[in-house]
Write a protein of this length. Structure first.
Length: 387
């Protein structure tokens, strides 16, 4: 099928098109989308949280780490903290982004919070509108709604999520679902539409309210082009699809048409990045994530292994080739090395914002990484609760 699909996609020109605008839309944000670089960072820095669960740990501990990271990020000038949707993966505890975001909202006061993203084909558009309308009511002007069209899991799990007969329909119907979700968020179905008297609550039917800005997420050209044509901000998954980053960003920028949301393209890239006090420690930590990904790609998902287990693993030649390729896309090392890597990546891609995901076995290593990156860029310190 074509990148735009066969649906009549509504351009996001509704009354809430600027995503809550000035209603507390994050430090330095003019419209709830654009951020401000802090310290010596080349662009705004943000957090992508997979809520990873290491061997010997629990989901409870990982979610506590997410709260600590959000507090740290808020205190150090990171622009936003997003949570990704994944399913049936023992090493990832982020199957319910809206629930986690409500918890993070209760423990923060300024940082933007959002989904990176909600996999829209897994859900009814009305349910997503209600969940994120509720989040917007809980944390006005601080919520982002990032949307993807992939399942965030394997095909069998996707079928279980969506129900019988919906897998193919959901995969092909993303533009239609996006248009429907936009209508629910703006409460502006036209007269005669089957949903004209169906209202997402909380929402505009209750009176003038802000609403989360929509983002499109992707690891290919489909969402890049669609985001550009709709004038929406775009987030590319560089952290697991680095080879396609420049083509996707070029396609987004070439396809971009100004809208009520944005007058110029705004592109974020997700970056796997981990800083540690020594290069050896950073290497040991990122190897745990590489082994975890190897097992996932081999159909053997599990908890993120410990550094000791990863170091002792007997990699075969093909496995070593996969792991070496995976590690080559991760910015890791000492704080100075990570800063240099992020600076170079920002320059090469022209990204407007870098969203860092620090995947490691333990929560303390992840938290330490975000602090070290902030230190390396001289980002502000305003005090935060930590682990």
């Amino acid at each position: 099928m074509s990148d735009t699909g066969d649906a009549d996609v509504q351009r996001p020109e509704g009354r809430s098109g600027r995503g809550g605008g000035d209603a507390g839309g994050g430090r330095g944000s003019r419209d709830g989308i654009r951020g401000t670089a802090r310290g010596r960072a080349p662009v705004p820095l943000s957090v992508l949280d997979l809520v990873t669960v290491g061997a010997g740990s629990t989901a409870h501990e990982s979610l506590r780490t997410s709260v600590a990271i959000a507090r740290l990020a808020e205190s150090r000038g990171y622009h936003r903290h997003w949570v990704a949707e994944h399913h049936s993966m023992p090493g990832v505890a982020s199957s319910s982004p809206a629930v986690i975001l409500a918890h993070l909202a209760a423990h923060t006061s300024r940082i933007r919070l959002g989904s990176g993203g909600v996999m829209l084909p897994n859900h009814a558009a009305l349910a997503v509108a209600e969940q994120f309308g509720t989040l917007e009511a809980l944390a006005p002007g601080r919520i982002d709604l990032g949307l993807g069209r992939a399942p965030g899991t394997d095909g069998r799990t996707a079928a279980a999520l969506r129900g019988p007969g919906r897998l193919d329909e959901a995969a092909d119907g993303f533009p239609r679902q996006l248009a429907e979700l936009t209508r629910f968020l703006d409460d502006d179905f036209p007269d005669g539409h089957p949903y004209a008297r169906v209202h997402a609550v909380p929402g505009p039917v209750q009176g003038p309210v802000g609403r989360p800005p929509l983002w499109l997420l992707g690891s290919s050209g489909f969402s890049a082009r669609l985001a550009g044509e709709l004038g929406l901000p775009f987030a590319y998954a560089h952290h697991f699809s680095a080879a396609g980053t420049l083509p996707a960003l070029d396609l987004y920028r070439q396809s971009f048409r100004p809208s009520a949301v944005l007058d110029a393209p705004y592109a974020v890239i997700g970056v796997a990045a981990l800083a540690a006090d020594t290069e050896a420690e950073a290497r040991a930590q990122v190897l745990t994530g590489a082994l975890s990904m190897l097992r996932l790609r081999s159909g053997r998902p599990g908890l993120v292994p410990s550094p000791q287990e990863a170091a002792a693993y007997p990699f075969s030649a093909p496995e070593r080739e996969f792991v070496d390729g995976w590690l080559s896309t991760i910015v890791h090392g000492t704080p100075d090395a990570v800063r240099a890597g992020l600076d170079g990546l920002a320059q090469r891609t022209g990204a407007d914002e870098l969203m860092l995901t620090a995947n490691a076995h333990g929560g303390a290593a992840r938290l330490r990484s975000y602090a070290l990156v902030a230190d390396a860029y001289g980002m502000p310190q305003e005090g935060a609760d930590q682990l």
